[in-house]
Design a protein around this ligand. Structure first.
Ligand SMILES: Cc1ncc(COP(=O)(O)O)c(/C=C/C(=O)C(=O)O)c1O
Length: 353
């Protein structure tokens, strides 16, 4: 039985997170061989399906450690800024810890699934007139001034929990991938994976390191462009971030691993989003497809080494933001076919008639 991230990887985690463990069974997510992506790229591609965590995104890995640490310090209230998934996760783990949770989200830019989760878990959700970056500045000031713990990925306990995904990839594959690809927003996750891979190598579990390939949405690609975006814009609202908190660490992961951080367009993100659900069988939210979009883009440019072992993290479940399964970027509806209840109409509609 899987016992959650802290108990499975306690020896690699700080002592203060293992004293008062708050867990919802996070981690132990599937590593799925993506045959269609292997065909399209000429590599051996696996997906680390992080939508299979308790609240449907990778954020739960860092929330178990951050909330356990907060509980150990006797905190009664937590706060976070979020594009949605951090708030869903913070709300669930705060509830599990018996704490109150305040979340600051950008006005009108949070996917319905995530909003419903934060509210269902009883978080106090404030829609801030501003973008995610404004929310993060406010959340940090609030935690400095009032007795509330900040559980954003600027909190190192978050990174500690999230690095366990790298351990799981190695434990499942039995080796290190040549390349690890994933979306980059606030850049905590690329930082965490790189830390995890390095710690396994330092511990002698592995003898190599992957190249880190991070992908930002073109309209929200400060690390790619080398300057903050005051008005980040993308339909991938989870990564609609203009000034990543872990910017420097993300560049270190890119440089030290000999990897890249590049941009993909909303069209490329949605095309990958649809390919993953329609041709691989894994339904993810749009931002989560940015890594796959980037690998496909580099494959088209002849930049994916033949037969390379590639793991792509898909970060959140498709149910978080199902709207994009029902409409195209051009706005046309994808509607279920309506038929009368007789078997002939049904057979005809199915092309059997
Ligand atoms: C589905 C999904 N995919 C990718 C990212 C980017 O990860 P980072 O580069 O570590 O930020 C996020 C991030 C979400 C938040 O930042 C938040 O929830 O506040 C996400 O929800």
């Amino acid at each position: 039985i899987w016992r959650g991230v802290i108990r499975e990887y306690e020896q690699y985690l700080p002592d203060h997170v293992a004293e008062t463990i708050v867990t919802l069974g996070e981690g132990g997510t599937p590593l799925v061989a993506a045959r269609r992506l292997s065909e399209l790229t000429g590599a051996r591609v696996y997906l680390k399906v992080e939508g299979m965590n308790p609240t449907g995104s990778f954020k739960d890995r860092g929330m178990t450690t951050a909330m356990s640490a907060a509980a150990y310090r006797g905190a009664k209230a937590v706060v976070c800024a979020s594009t949605g998934n951090t708030s869903a996760s913070a709300a669930a783990y705060a509830t599990a810890a018996g704490m109150t949770c305040a979340v600051l989200v950008p006005d009108g830019k949070i996917a319905m699934g995530k909003l419903s989760q934060a509210l269902a878990h009883g978080a106090t959700l404030l829609q801030v007139e501003g973008n995610f970056d404004d929310c993060l500045v406010a959340a940090r000031k609030l935690a400095e001034t009032y007795p509330v713990e900040l559980v954003n990925s600027v909190n190192p306990d978050r990174i500690e929990g999230q690095k366990t995904a790298a351990f799981e990839v190695v434990d499942t594959l039995g080796t290190v991938p040549d390349i690890h690809a994933l979306p980059v927003g606030n850049a905590g996750n690329i930082t965490a994976y790189w830390k995890g891979y390095r710690e396994y190598k330092d511990a002698g579990v592995t003898d190599a390191l992957p190249r880190m390939w991070g992908f930002q949405a073109e309209g929200a690609s400060p690390i790619v462009q080398g300057h903050p975006f005051d008005e980040p814009e993308t339909i991938a609202t989870a990564i609609r971030i203009g000034n990543p908190a872990s910017w420097t660490q993300a560049e270190q992961a890119r440089n030290d691993s000999g990897g890249v951080i590049e941009a993909v367009t909303d069209e490329e993100i949605l095309a990958a989003h649809r390919l993953l659900s329609a041709e691989v069988g894994v339904f993810v939210e749009p931002a989560s497809a940015a890594g796959a979009a980037g690998v496909l883009k580099r494959a088209k440019a002849g930049l994916v080494p033949q037969d390379a072992l590639i793991v792509i993290t898909v970060t959140g479940h498709g149910l978080k933001d199902p709207a994009w399964a029902l409409r195209t970027l051009e706005g046309e509806e994808i509607k279920p076919v309506r038929v009368s209840a007789d078997v002939v109409s049904i057979a005809t509609a199915l092309g059997l008639g």
